[in-house]
Design a protein around this ligand. Structure first.
Ligand code: SAM
Ligand code: DTB
Ligand code: SF4
Length: 334
């Protein structure tokens, strides 16, 4: 959806926007279901990149130590526990700039994915930058979806990260699509961006062809020691507004209410679900930051009459729109 149309949605009175988002939501997601995803940091800290929101960058004194890649058997135990607690998607994150075929650590990750994918959950990974070969190898190993966020608008991105570019992010997303994996791509609210940046971020994500299978909306969790530790929290109504606009502009995607829920009230979260959020991270830890306890989330979902979505291991990457051009891999290709 183009910026002008997103802006028209943004300018609506909140209840009118919610009404429109709800209509789209009911048409595409009539089941009152929420997907429960468990996140596990399989390689924490020590990252070469300088993303100014991230506690895992080696450049900041955030108190997050650099750890080695977790052992496969430990990951399997966590994946089995996630499945047993009702999660239908298991997302593994690594604090790397990216991965390269032919390296020991990439081979180890492929082995881990092969085993996790036997458990019957959707498998999502977020490992940073990928080339075409790496993307294909991940798909063959059993990855359902690859998470790679653009995080903010192309214009604001260089204010947040300097060690890689917005175009680098788009190239990886193109490689993921070409390999036939689903794309999970969203961003963070609270990076000092304007509402224009937020809408431009949604313009880029909603104009992907095919559109992403899932769209995480994170509210910045200000991490001590990072450059953004003192940022003001984004108002919950602004979060709700972005979820509603994401729902309308990317109707078939799971919109994931991601980082930041520990600071939201139950009423705030209920409004996010009403606006079109239909997926959450489930389990008391995100990568390094806190997430609500499982019992608390179960209680909230039950109070709202929401149930958990079944896994869809045969999930196909969304089809590209035949009459629209594929988005260019980077601006050099336009
Ligand atoms: N290194 C990989 C990458 O950059 O894509 C994967 C891990 S990275 C931590 C995954 C995503 O987590 C980021 O793109 C960002 O959207 C989100 N994230 C990281 N730190 C956050 C924070 N403090 N608050 C909210 N979201 C955060
Ligand atoms: C996403 O968009 N949010 C998740 C997941 N993808 C990998 C990560 C949130 C990280 C929050 C900060 C932390 O735990 O360090
Ligand atoms: Fe590294 Fe990813 Fe954190 Fe950036 S967001 S510092 S690439 S782990």
């Amino acid at each position: 959806m183009k910026y002008a149309d997103l802006l028209s949605l943004y300018e609506l009175p909140l209840f009118e926007l919610l009404k429109q988002a709800r209509e789209v939501h009911e048409k595409h997601w009539s089941e009152n279901e929420v997907q429960l995803c468990t996140l596990l940091s399989i390689k924490t800290g020590g990252c070469s990149e300088d993303c100014s929101y991230c506690a895992q960058s080696a450049r900041y004194k955030s108190g997050v130590d650099s750890e080695r890649l977790m052992e496969k058997c430990d990951i399997m135990k966590r994946a089995e526990a996630a499945r047993d607690s009702g999660s239908t998607r298991f997302c593994m994150g690594a604090a790397w700039r990216g991965v390269r075929s032919g390296t020991k650590r990439f081979d180890q990750v492929l082995e881990i994915i092969e085993d996790v994918s036997e458990l019957g959950m959707e498998v999502c990974v977020t490992l940073g930058e990928l080339g075409p070969d790496e993307a294909k190898a991940l798909k063959d190993a059993g990855v359902t979806a690859y998470n790679h966020n653009i995080d903010t608008s192309p214009e604001h991105y260089p204010n947040i990260v300097t060690t890689h570019t917005f175009e680098d992010r788009l190239n990886t997303i193109r490689n993921v699509q070409d390999a036939g994996m689903s794309v999970c791509c969203g961003g963070i609210l609270g990076l000092g961006e304007t509402y224009v940046d937020r809408l431009k971020m949604l313009e880029v994500v909603s104009e992907f062809n095919p559109q992403p299978e899932s769209v995480p909306i994170n509210r910045l969790m200000p991490m001590p020691g990072t450059p953004l530790e003192g940022n003001n929290p984004v108002d919950i109504f602004d979060v709700v507004r972005m979820i509603a606009i994401a729902r309308i502009s990317i109707p078939g995607a799971k919109v994931r209410l991601s980082a930041g829920r520990t600071h939201f009230t139950e009423e705030g979260q209920a409004l996010c679900f009403f606006a079109g959020a239909n997926s959450i991270f489930y389990g008391d830890k995100l990568l390094t930051a806190k997430n609500p306890a499982v019992e608390k989330d179960q209680n909230l979902l039950s109070k709202l009459g929401l149930t958990s979505q079944k896994p869809n291991r045969n999930l196909e990457a969304p089809e590209a729109h035949p009459e629209k051009p594929l988005q260019p891999a980077c601006s050099d290709c336009e």
